[in-house]
Design a protein around this ligand. Structure first.
Ligand code: ZN
Length: 343
């Protein structure tokens, strides 16, 4: 089968379009014929690698995908070849204390498709049958693939970990990324009072407005932390969504009101930075980190996608053979929403 392959960690240019064997369905698994796969910032981290990451080369990246069941392994019930499916990107053991209490994203043997094990940038992928969700006929494979990782991540961060309540003011730092475009919609659905978005261009900010943002701040035109402070009558917002990290964290803490929460699921501008601890105790702030989501989060948020109450923003769909080009665009950052690959 055709696939995007990685022989060693490094740059995006280490990824190539080549041949790989079609995977087999082990016990409890199915093989899915991939009809659409979506890119995530995570792909770039996996390509680069980190000390604790162990993969089997040649590695197939890609954490988001949807398709049609092509083969069903032993011990799998209620799934048939030909079923249209969305796929939960995270694989948990089902046995540890976290899994037994429905906190699968804290699993002690937690892995992500395309991260530690083969992913979706291929014609076929083997996944646990427990990760499948039936995909309604009316929902496209592209929509399911583009929604999965970012919506489950944003949902868990805002609703479950962050406890976002109706009537709260939310600031989302960054307008273009997949998680942030999901976060704007989820905050709107949860009844946020005002949604502030900081973005790098008027075009991205206008798109954020169409998704539900109320107050748009172009970071090239004003000091956004100060702007939020002034526009909230010098109170600040209840919740900040900051998945940028090094470049923005300090300003995000400044933009929070007393008792506010800073929610984070990532750090696109770098993982290590300093912040002023006086904001933390002086303003009674909390930093709430989480990664991905639980099985229940996935079912709930995808149900909202399937009923069209949440819609992933798709920038461009590329054929799989142009995957490296798509990865370069993701690396260079000029993207509004999701890049999707079609095998
Ligand atoms: Zn577990």
């Amino acid at each position: 089968m055709k696939a995007l392959l990685l022989d060693e960690h490094g740059d995006v240019d280490n990824v190539y379009f080549g041949e790989a064997p079609v995977p087999k369905a082990g016990p409890g698994e199915v093989v899915v014929q991939v009809k659409a796969a979506a890119l995530n910032g995570l792909d770039l981290w996996v390509i680069e690698g980190w000390p604790a990451l162990r993969v089997q080369f040649p590695h197939i990246i890609g954490s988001d995908g949807a398709g049609i069941v092509a083969d069903v392994g032993e011990e799998v019930e209620d799934v048939s070849a030909g079923d249209r499916v969305a796929v939960n990107p995270t694989v948990s053991c089902g046995e540890c204390d976290y899994c037994r209490t429905g906190q699968e994203n804290r699993c002690q043997r937690f892995v992500v498709l395309g991260e530690q094990i083969a992913g979706f940038f291929a014609e076929y992928v083997a996944v646990p049958a427990a990760n499948l969700l039936p995909l309604p006929q009316a929902v496209s494979f592209e929509t399911a693939a583009a929604a999965s990782l970012v919506f489950v991540t944003a949902w868990h961060s805002l609703i479950e970990a962050g406890g976002l309540r109706a009537g709260e003011d939310v600031l989302i730092v960054g307008a273009g990324g997949g998680v942030n475009t999901a976060a704007i919609q989820i905050a709107r659905l949860a009844g946020a009072r005002l949604i502030y978005v900081v973005g790098s261009s008027d075009e991205k900010l206008e798109r954020a407005r169409s998704l539900g943002a109320d107050v748009l701040i172009n970071r090239h035109e004003e000091n956004w932390s100060k702007a939020v402070y002034l526009r909230t009558n010098k109170k600040g917002v209840d919740v900040v969504v900051d998945n940028v990290g090094a470049a923005t964290f300090h300003d995000s803490l400044r933009a929070l009101r007393k008792g506010g929460r800073l929610l984070t699921v990532g750090n696109s501008s770098g993982p290590q930075f300093q912040f002023d601890n006086r904001f933390m105790f002086g303003k009674h702030l909390s930093i709430v980190g989480s990664t991905m989501g639980t099985r229940r989060d996935f079912e709930r948020v995808m149900g909202l996608v399937f009923s069209d109450r949440l819609q992933p923003v798709i920038d461009t769909v590329y054929p799989l053979r142009q995957g490296v080009k798509a990865l370069r665009r993701l690396r260079d950052g000029d993207v509004m929403g999701k890049l999707v690959l079609s095998p």
